[in-house]
Design a protein around this ligand. Sequence first.
Ligand SMILES: *Cc1c(COP(=O)(O)O)cnc(C)c1O
Length: 422
Amino acid sequence: MSSPIWHPFTQHGLGEPIPLVTHGKGAALHTDDRRRIVDAISSWWVTTHGHGHPRIMAAIAEQAQRLDQIIFAGWTHQPAEDVALGLLAIMPPSLTRVFFSDSGSTSVEVALKMALGHFANRGEPRTHIVVMQHSYHGDTVGGMSVGARGVFSAAYAPLLFDVAVIPFPTAGHEQETLEALEAACRTQPAAFIVEPLVLGAGGMLMYGADTLRAMHAICARHGVLFIADEVMTGWGRTGTLLACEQAEIAPDILCLSKGLTGGSLPLAVTMASEDIYQSHWSTDRARMFFHSSSYTANPIACAAAVANLAIWRDEPVGERVSSLAARQAARLDRLAALPGVADARSLGTIAALDLEVPDAGYLSALAPRLLAQFRDADLLLRPLGNTLYVMPPYCIDDADLDRIYDALGEAVLQTQKSPGIQ
Ligand SMILES: *Cc1c(COP(=O)(O)O)cnc(C)c1O
């Protein structure tokens, strides 16, 4: 009997196999047909320390004995308080307030609503949002509105709100981006939302810390709120705890999710500056922040986040990240020299390259062929169009890294032989 499940970002009509995973440990996933799969993309960018980290698993088990769930409007619990204080201790000091939600997309929706609520409560007519070309901020309607438009959003376009788009700062064209942002900021937008240093779903596109810093300065000069969507880049992914650190900037609003629980349970936070909180603070109930979801700050998810914060405090996570960065860079260098490889790039634990193919759209025939090739090699790798990238858990060992990079080399050779584009 076939499964009734409708999977995300899956075309069931293609009949591609859907492996059943029974357990996972570290960088490995195991299937019911006894295959050991190397998780080369951290189960879609969430698993930072590896699957089944003992301290996170123990924290979840312990919290499950105490309190499973509690309304968060007007009530609180210790794990949430501990997450909030733990975040304040390591995030930029100007971010003094922590609002919980349950996914990256929701943390973005919350950020956008905070920005508009801030200006509405202050009686300032700032209502539109500036975004960067090729961005991804989630699949909810607000997230899609501030993200890149394409085949994946075309059917829903009538629901999406208008935004001002500035070009991606490709190397050598940074000035155009800055000028476009300057011009956009003169039209009095509420906020600029951006993925710092790496645009993930847009194809692991990377830009420099100088540009990030300059964009932040432009927003500050015009009183435009700077929203950093670090849902993917946070928690060490780019080599530092936050990507913003490399530009020495503090955003007005910060979105975190994915690695917040080490990638074990769904949880997100939107952190805000005191100003934004204060413009909602009042005895007038009409000025409160009107947002909640049923599982806001779920205690078990918060306990996992508390354990993640403890791991960052007690274990050499920074060293693991830099070791992984160096080990990947060495392997990427070897691939970069192969014919048919363009723009090999890496930052922190993220490594990417583009395959030179004649037609490289999101729906090109290349991606499913590569996906099948990697599946056959027992690797969880998921190309973005013609972009191959690796973003493993920080605990991955050299043998597993070699398996990944050998398969990438093989994919480059295969694509050279037959680009496979119909
Ligand atoms: C994954 C991602 C999101 C959405 O997070 P979900 O938890 O999948 O809703 C938002 N922004 C960025 C930058 C992301 O990478």
